[in-house]
Write a protein that binds this ligand. Structure first.
Ligand SMILES: NC(=O)c1ccc[n+]([C@@H]2O[C@H](COP(=O)([O-])OP(=O)(O)OC[C@H]3O[C@@H](n4cnc5c(N)ncnc54)[C@H](OP(=O)(O)O)[C@@H]3O)[C@@H](O)[C@H]2O)c1
Length: 264
């Protein structure tokens, strides 16, 4: 699967980097909706964002959130959209619903906590490690569970929605902490064979979807950011010259929010 995505004989993307932010320096003759100087962000499915200049189709561009710096805005594409899909498309929380977010301190989890709380008005419980509990509370979680100390699957509380951002759990393990109509949303069923099996066999209480990184999705997120409902959490900004260090950091699986590559 991974080889299929990244290339069999050589890397599929000559220049990696998916999420981007920047200022338009040139536009094609037929482009009327964007002009030189516009500040934009988005997600380039064909890569190329680890570079000073990036050439993309105009229909993937969205306006950069006005209240963010370039580095802050660079933290948004990629991490925010799996949370958008989880709550907009797969299991939409109603006001007051109990939502459990597994991996609440990570790149996706930090957006998911804020979206569930500030956009949908849910009561949010985040699951993360001991060093990130304060941060997860500070971004809006009502309750935080330290996965190293407590097995959240054995708790008394029942959740309407469980969003597993990292593929750490599955529906079978969590069925006792879901309400009767509760839904388990898996961001990453591929890393969890049981979730993958449930998805393939069409179990209704398990939901998983493909990413929507479109300009429409990025526009929606821009709006929530400008309304103050979502703020990107940034762990570290690495210069492009330290990109391999940035990747090694991400691969620890313990980033506190997002890791950003700053292009000088
Ligand atoms: N980031 C993206 O743009 C993106 C987009 C699409 C898909 N994905 C995929 O989605 C998955 C999650 O991505 P991510 O960027 O959010 O990952 P991440 O930034 O590495 O975050 C992982 C988080 O999970 C927490 N964690 C680790 N073990 C845990 C456990 N057993 N129980 C509960 N929490 C645990 C960690 O918290 P502590 O540090 O507190 O232990 C960490 O904050 C990855 O598989 C990734 O490939 C990512």
């Amino acid at each position: 699967m991974r080889i299929g995505l990244t290339g069999i004989r050589k890397p599929r993307m000559r220049v990696p980097g998916l999420g981007f932010v920047g200022e338009i320096v040139a536009v094609g003759e037929e482009i009327t909706d964007w002009k030189i100087g516009d500040q934009v962000y988005g997600f380039s499915e064909t890569g190329g964002a680890y570079a000073k200049y990036l050439c993309v189709p105009s229909d993937i561009l969205a306006k950069k959130p006005k209240n963010l710096t370039f580095q802050e805005a660079a933290a948004v594409p990629g991490g925010s959209t799996p949370a958008l899909i989880a709550f907009r498309d797969l299991a939409t929380p109603k006001e007051g619903d109990k939502v459990l977010i597994i991996g609440a301190s990570g790149g996706i989890g930090t957006f998911a906590v804020q979206m569930a709380k500030n956009v949908y008005g849910a009561e949010v419980t985040g699951v993360c490690g001991p060093t990130n509990m304060d941060m997860v509370k500070s971004i809006g979680a009502d309750f935080v569970i330290d996965y190293a100390k407590e097995d959240y699957t054995k708790g008394e509380i029942k959740y309407d929605i469980i969003f597993d951002t990292i593929g750490a759990s599955n529906l079978s393990k969590c069925k006792n902490i879901l309400t009767e109509t509760g839904v388990f949303v898996s961001n990453n069923p591929v890393t969890n064979p049981r979730s993958l099996f449930h998805m393939i066999t069409g179990i209704k209480r398990l939901k998983s979807g493909t990413a929507d990184e479109s300009a429409t999705a990025m526009e929606q997120i821009r709006q929530w950011i400008e309304e103050g409902k979502i703020v990107p959490v940034i762990d570290t900004v690495y210069p492009l010259s330290k990109v391999s260090e940035a990747h090694r950091h991400y691969e620890t699986g313990h980033a506190k929010g997002r890791i950003v590559i700053g292009i000088e």
